[in-house]
Design a protein around this ligand. Structure first.
Ligand SMILES: NC(=O)c1ccc[n+]([C@@H]2O[C@H](COP(=O)([O-])OP(=O)(O)OC[C@H]3O[C@@H](n4cnc5c(N)ncnc54)[C@H](OP(=O)(O)O)[C@@H]3O)[C@@H](O)[C@H]2O)c1
Length: 327
């Protein structure tokens, strides 16, 4: 009998997640039936959405999440032993599947790590494609502002905006992150923690207004960006990480006057509604990587037992690029 481990949400998070809110539980996996496979996690994803979605989970259930797993026992000819797959199995070390919820990982160009299936070639990379290209329709010469720019989604957004010929301005939380954004080709990059006057900074780099705002952080920062939008601007409301650990609602200025008089489109989206389009975007990102137009960085934490630490570090900005846990 194979033994597995799972991270259980013991108590709903209040404010910043605490280690005591979760616990690791051992469990027995059933023997696999005909048509099934036994999987072992290789890389697990930690993502900000887990903080938000956890409020909808019942206490005592396994934490949600996606992982790259390897088939270690197979009674399904489509997934022989050694196959690497994506599965939304949650924070588990082992799982059993009948194959229906598995996605095979396509071949990557030489040197591209498998773990990228959770980052630039996975859900965050898909989010960048949909949110920037479909929601905001960038045109050459337009000014694009990206918050959370050195994170898993934000860095891809900025690089695609450069591919589309836009002027790209990124905001991130450290000087090292800013230096990396400049290396990626961002026209301007700022450490938002050091800016004294965000409004003046935006006016200096986008004197004619911002055409597109890709919002990963929400809160007061985004209200100030909204005030600096150009007429007919587009805003992709992708995330609001600045408020995920708030214990009471943040009150911000009303947006209606600005949206109406500047004829701005502000659109939220959930990438999981567009899963059928992932293969198209994965191939597009692979092509850009091959052409040297799309670079990537990962923040790898080693050890299944470190899942919680890797997760909570998302809220202190420890990661540059995609945060993953290597088992
Ligand atoms: N709508 C969708 O379908 C969808 C899909 C994926 C992700 N998202 C959202 O997109 C955003 C980025 O996700 P990601 O996976 O790319 O995460 P990420 O950016 O790789 O990691 C989180 C980053 O957020 C920043 N951060 C943390 N606390 C903050 C705060 N209080 N204020 C401002 N920034 C803060 C930190 O960077 P700094 O050092 O720069 O502060 C941290 O490194 C999140 O809001 C996430 O929920 C939405």
């Amino acid at each position: 009998m194979t033994k597995g481990k799972k991270w259980v949400l013991e108590k709903h998070f209040q404010g910043m997640p605490k280690r005591s809110d979760m616990k690791i539980v051992e469990f027995d996996l059933p023997p696999i039936k005909d048509g099934s496979v036994l999987l072992e996690a290789v890389y697990l994803s930690v993502d900000p959405y887990m903080r938000v979605f956890s409020a909808r989970l019942s206490e005592g259930v396994t934490m949600i999440g996606e992982q790259i797993a390897r088939v270690i026992e197979s009674k399904n000819a489509e997934f022989p032993v050694g196959t690497n797959v994506l599965i939304e199995a949650g924070w588990v070390s082992h799982s059993v599947s009948d194959g229906k919820n598995l996605t095979k990982i396509p071949p990557y160009p030489e040197g591209v790590p498998l773990s990228l299936a959770l980052g630039t070639l996975g859900m965050p990379g898909m989010t960048a494609n949909y949110g920037l290209v479909d929601v905001c329709s960038p045109k050459a010469g337009e000014v694009v502002v990206v918050s959370g720019a050195a994170g898993a989604v934000g860095n891809v957004v900025g690089q695609i905006a450069k591919i589309k010929g836009c002027k790209v301005i990124g905001f991130a939380g450290s000087d090292e992150k800013v230096a990396w954004l400049k290396q990626l080709g961002f026209d301007e990059a700022f450490n938002y923690k050091k800016i004294k006057d965000l409004d003046a900074t935006l006016k200096s780099v986008a004197p004619n207004g911002i055409d597109i705002y890709y919002d990963n952080v929400g809160g007061q920062f985004s209200s100030t960006v909204l005030d600096n939008m150009a007429r007919l601007g587009r805003i992709a409301c992708c995330g609001s990480i600045s408020s995920y650990n708030d214990t009471k609602p943040l009150l911000l200025p009303a947006v209606h006057g600005t949206l109406i008089f500047k004829e701005i489109t502000m659109r939220g989206f959930i990438i999981f509604s567009y899963r059928d389009r992932y293969p198209e975007w994965v191939q597009r990102n692979i092509q850009w990587i091959k052409e040297g137009k799309l670079k990537y960085k990962e923040h790898v934490t080693k050890g299944y037992d470190k899942m919680f630490d890797a997760f909570v570090e998302l809220f202190s900005g420890t990661n540059t690029g995609k945060a993953v846990v290597e088992v």
